[in-house]
Write a protein that binds this ligand. Structure first.
Ligand code: NAD
Ligand code: GLY
Length: 364
C-alpha cells in the first residue's frame, strides 16, 4: 500500500492507494470519531462493492446507514442531496456520523457536499472507484452539485478525513470511463510534471491494458501532484497559477459538455478535446512549439480520447465559456501552456485567437 499526505495544517489527511483495500475495514475504522457511518453510493457501484465494504465495517461493530442513489451526472442535483439528508435524518445520524462516499466523482461530490452541510458539517471519507475520482476528484475537498444553469455551480470546500483508492476497482470500469480518467492523468504531466508525461508516453499501452502496478503508480503520481497543488492553494485564491492550473482544458471542455447536453460527452472526454484547444491556442501565442501540440494530441489519442471538439461554432463556445468560474470581473482567464510541462493562467489571449484555436480543433 502507498501512503501520501495532503498537508493542510489541522485538516491534513492521508491518501491510501493499493490493491484490495476495500477488504481492510480497519483502515476506515481507525479514522472514525464514533462507530457510526452513512455509506453513500449509486446503484451500479453498490452492486459491485457495497457488500465487501459494508460487511467488513459491520464485522468491526460499525453501524452503516446505506444511501443508494441513481447512477449518472443527471442526478448530481438538489433532489439527490435531499435524498441523502432524508436518509440521515430518518436514521437519526448525529454530528459525529462519518459519511463515506463509495463511487466515482458524482457520488463523491454529492456525498461531500452533504457532509459539508449536514448539521453544519460532519466527517467524510472518500472511497473513489473510477480512475478520474482516484486521481482527481476525491482529493482536495471540492464538493457540490450541478444547477440547470451550470455545472458544479453550488457547493463547498470540505476536505475528507481519508481517501482510500483501491486500484482493483478499476478492473470493472467501462473502457470509456478509463479513458476519461486518463485525460486528468495526462493533465498533470502537461501542467507541471514533464518526467511524468514522459513516463506516461512510455507506459500508455500497459496502462490502457489495465496493468495493476502501472495503474497504481499513475494514481500515486497524480495524487502527489494534486496534493502539492491543493496544499499550496486550497481555496483556489492565488492571483496567478495555483489550483486553477488543474483546470487545463476545462474551460473549453465545460463548453463542450454544456453545449452538447450533459452526459453526451464524458467530463474527461471534453477535457481531452479542450486540452488540445488550449495547446493550440498556446502554440498560436508562440508559447509552445507545433511539435508540443502534436505530442499532446498523440498521447491523448493513445488513451482512447477524442482530440477534436464538436462543431458548435466558435461564437457558441465563447458564449458558454463566459460562464466559467474562473471569470473574474468579466475577464476570462484560461489555463495555457508556456512550454510543455509548465502551465500558467492568463487573460492575455485575444478573443479572435481563442476563436481561431477553437475552429482549428473542431469538427466541421
Ligand atoms: P461518475 O461518478 O459518473 O462514474 C462514471 C461511471 O462509472 C458511473 O456510471 C459509475 O456508476 C461507474 N462506476 C464507478 N466506479 C465503477 C467501477 N469501479 N466499476 C464499474 N463502474 C463504475 O464519473 P467520474 O468520471 O468518476 O466523475 C465525474 C464527476 O466528477 C463530474 O461530476 C465532475 O464534475 C466531478 N469532478 C469533480 C472534481 C472535484 O475536484 N471535486 C474533479 C473532477 C471531476
Ligand atoms: N479538479 C480541479 C480541482 O480540484 O481543483
Amino acid at each position: 500500500m502507498r501512503r501520501l499526505t495532503v498537508e493542510l495544517a489541522n485538516r491534513g489527511y492521508d491518501i491510501l492507494i493499493g490493491r484490495n483495500l476495500l477488504s481492510q475495514p480497519r483502515l476506515i475504522a481507525d479514522c472514525l470519531r464514533t462507530p457510526r457511518t452513512a455509506l453513500v453510493s449509486n446503484t451500479t457501484v453498490s452492486a459491485l462493492y457495497r457488500d465487501t465494504l459494508e460487511s467488513g465495517l459491520r464485522s468491526l461493530g460499525i453501524e452503516v446507514t446505506p444511501v443508494i442513489l441513481p447512477d449518472g451526472e443527471a442526478y448530481k442535483t438538489w433532489e439527490s442531496l435531499n435524498q441523502i439528508f432524508d436518509a440521515l435524518l430518518a436514521a437519526r445520524c448525529d454530528r459525529a456520523t462519518t459519511i463515506i462516499a463509495l463511487g466515482g466523482g458524482v457520488v463523491g461530490d454529492l456525498a461531500g457536499f452533504a457532509a459539508a452541510s449536514y448539521q453544519r458539517g460532519v466527517p467524510f471519507i472518500q472511497i473513489p472507484t473510477t480512475l478520474l475520482s482516484q486521481v482527481d476528484s476525491s482529493v482536495g475537498g471540492k464538493t457540490g452539485i450541478n444547477h440547470p444553469r451550470g455545472k458544479n455551480m453550488v457547493g463547498a470546500f470540505w476536505q475528507p478525513k481519508l481517501v482510500l483508492a483501491d486500484t482493483d476497482t478499476l478492473q470493472s470500469l467501462p473502457a470509456r470511463e478509463l479513458s476519461a480518467g486518463m485525460a486528468e492523468v495526462i493533465k498533470y504531466g502537461l501542467i507541471r510534471d514533464l518526467p511524468f508525461l514522459e513516463w506516461l508516453e512510455a507506459n500508455m499501452d500497459g496502462l490502457m491494458a489495465r496493468d495493476g502496478e502501472l495503474l497504481a503508480q499513475a494514481v500515486e503520481r497524480s495524487c502527489a501532484n494534486k496534493a502539492e497543488v491543493v496544499a499550496a492553494d486550497e481555496l483556489e485564491t492565488a492571483k496567478e497559477g495555483g489550483r486553477a492550473l488543474l483546470n487545463l482544458g476545462h474551460t473549453f471542455g465545460h463548453a463542450i459538455e454544456a453545449g452538447m447536453g450533459y452526459g453526451e460527452w464524458l467530463h474527461g472526454e471534453a477535457v481531452a478535446a479542450g486540452t488540445v484547444m488550449a495547446a493550440e491556442l498556446s502554440c498560436r501565442l508562440g508559447w509552445i512549439a507545433r511539435g508540443d501540440v502534436d505530442r499532446a494530441v498523440h498521447l491523448l489519442r493513445r488513451a482512447g480520447l477524442p482530440v477534436r471538439g464538436p462543431g458548435l461554432g466558435a461564437a457558441r463556445y465563447l458564449e458558454l465559456m463566459s460562464h466559467d468560474k474562473k471569470v473574474i470581473a468579466g475577464s476570462l482567464r484560461l489555463v495555457l501552456l508556456k512550454g510543455i510541462g509548465h502551465a500558467v493562467t492568463s487573460a492575455e489571449a485575444p478573443a479572435r485567437e481563442i476563436a481561431a484555436a477553437i475552429e482549428a480543433c473542431c469538427d466541421a
